[in-house]
Ligand binder design. Structure first.
Ligand code: MG
Length: 477
């Protein structure tokens, strides 16, 4: 008997991260990490979970949009949907009235991201594979059919994508075995939030080095002297062999995995992230002034839609050996297409749910591989680390075939709310998700949903008012 989509539930789940300063940067000063969460239900036991990430207010608006998009799936046969996920994506995108409030950008697009991811989660569960495995086991034809291809054929055609995927096919098993053994390279952002004191930054950096990481990211853009001081604190720790874990040798800063990244003497790399605060000339001037701390790249130096602005910044910073990265706010595959066509980026930072789900991510992975640009997905937030390990595995095993120059963002917040939280091994690399029933690894504990659902969850009703009152009393004292 055929299985059909019978309904869905959405949840507006918000975590009070603004109380601790976690997630603070030059633009986002007061974040309550939030999930606009959706569960698709079917006529069988099969379900699919998905979410998109926001930083608090407005999460309810995304949930309302998710309902509109998910409505389009009601009554559909799941095997029909799964049989051509690219076509399914086009269908979800193409509501003649909803399209007006995009198209393919803003709230309606990130809502589509949540729904498309939920459908992929359901598909992976139905095949008893984690999502990445479902996709790397596809034939090149199946993978191309799963991809959102509209509007990108001037950068890559389906035929070119097929040729690229076929060239990688015979060595997939080898790469899968290798990454299962060693894990996927990661970098740490949690040490360098703007809201943290120098002492906290130093302590967290030492801890990150001990944990095996060798790429570190710091938030910049509020005050240059401040940034230089904090950057020098981080550099003084990551460049000093005494802080390396016992028995760990420094890595060769000129080795193939590190060359061009401004690695220090221990092989450690520093990246900086401005979260869109500057105009183009200001970005160039400010980042030149940070040359002393030798960053690999400046992330999001200016407005995320400003493709030519990014290209100008990249050109101006090239003589200083500093690259440009962006993508966490690039709202669709066409923005990535143009960033690549305009030589505007050194590193492509896809986001798992700002792009409208796996199908659109696949199109960007294919374009980045064709243009030879490294993909280092954006993560952090809530749920994003759980999602992106799947995407990087797909990139490595099936698409680009390379991993050692890539690094996947890792932020150690809020993983405890997921049934299958991501994890990091002793060498600071992501472990490979491996449960037959974890799908896209984004299923949240029921207890977390009921505690943190906005505004009536038990945390928001009972604990938050008390905590707020305590903090206000402490700041007056
Ligand atoms: Mg960022």
């Amino acid at each position: 008997m055929s299985v059909t989509i019978t309904g869905f539930e959405t949840h507006d789940v918000r975590f009070p991260t603004s109380l601790s300063g976690d997630g603070t940067d030059a633009m986002n000063t007061d974040c309550d990490y939030s999930s606009a969460y959706v569960t698709l239900k079917s006529s069988s036991e099969l379900v699919g979970h998905g979410m998109t990430f926001t930083i608090g207010r407005g999460n309810d608006i995304v949930c309302a949009a998710i309902k509109e998009v998910a409505n389009r799936l009601l009554g559909k046969d799941v095997e029909d949907l799964f049989s051509n996920m690219g076509k399914t994506w086009d269908y979800l995108c193409a509501d003649p009235q909803l399209r007006w409030i995009g198209p393919e950008k803003g709230v309606i697009h990130i809502a589509l991201g949540a729904v498309n991811n939920a459908l992929w989660d359901m598909y992976a569960r139905s095949r008893k594979k984690p999502l990445w495995k479902l996709i790397v086991d596809m034939t090149p034809e199946e993978l191309v059919n799963s991809t959102a291809f509209r509007y990108i054929s001037d950068a890559i055609t389906k035929e070119e994508a097929l040729t690229m995927l076929k060239a990688k096919e015979s060595s997939k098993a080898e790469r899968e075995a290798h990454v299962r053994e060693v894990g996927y390279p990661a970098y740490v952002t949690s040490a360098g939030w703007l809201g943290y004191s120098d002492e906290k930054v130093a302590r967290l950096t030492r801890e990150a080095v001990q944990a095996g990481f060798n790429h570190f990211k710091m938030k910049v853009g509020a005050d240059r002297d401040n940034d230089l001081r904090r950057g020098k604190i981080i550099r003084s720790i990551i460049d000093d062999p005494q802080y390396l874990p016992e028995g760990r040798k420094p890595r060769d800063p000129n080795g193939p995995d590190l060359v061009g990244k401004n690695a220090g003497p221990t092989g450690s790399v520093l990246m900086i992230d401005a979260n869109q605060v500057w105009d183009v000339p200001q970005a160039i001037d400010y980042v030149k002034g940070l040359e002393d701390i030798k960053p690999w790249f400046i992330e999001e130096p200016t407005a995320p839609d400003d493709i030519l602005g990014h290209a100008a910044i990249r050109k101006a910073l090239k003589p200083y050996g500093i690259g440009v990265a962006t993508g966490e706010h690039a709202h669709n595959r066409m923005v990535f297409k143009q960033l690549l066509q305009a030589d505007a980026i050194d590193v492509c930072q896809i986001d798992s749910c700002r792009l409208a789900g796996v199908s659109e991510v696949l199109s960007v992975l294919l374009m980045a591989a064709k243009f030879g640009v490294t993909v280092c997905p954006h993560a952090g937030g809530v749920g994003l680390c759980e999602y992106v390990i799947h995407l990087s595995l797909i990139d490595y095993i099936a698409v680009s075939g390379s991993m050692e120059r890539n690094v996947l963002e890792f932020v150690d917040h809020l993983h405890e709310h997921f049934l299958h939280p991501c994890s990091i091994n002793n060498n600071g690399r992501y472990n490979v998700p491996n449960h037959a029933d974890e799908g896209y690894s984004i299923e949240m504990h029921q207890s977390s949903i009921s505690q943190y659902e906005w505004p009536h969850g038990s945390y928001w009703v009972n604990e938050h008012p008390k905590l707020k009152a305590q903090m206000q009393a402490a700041s007056k004292a």
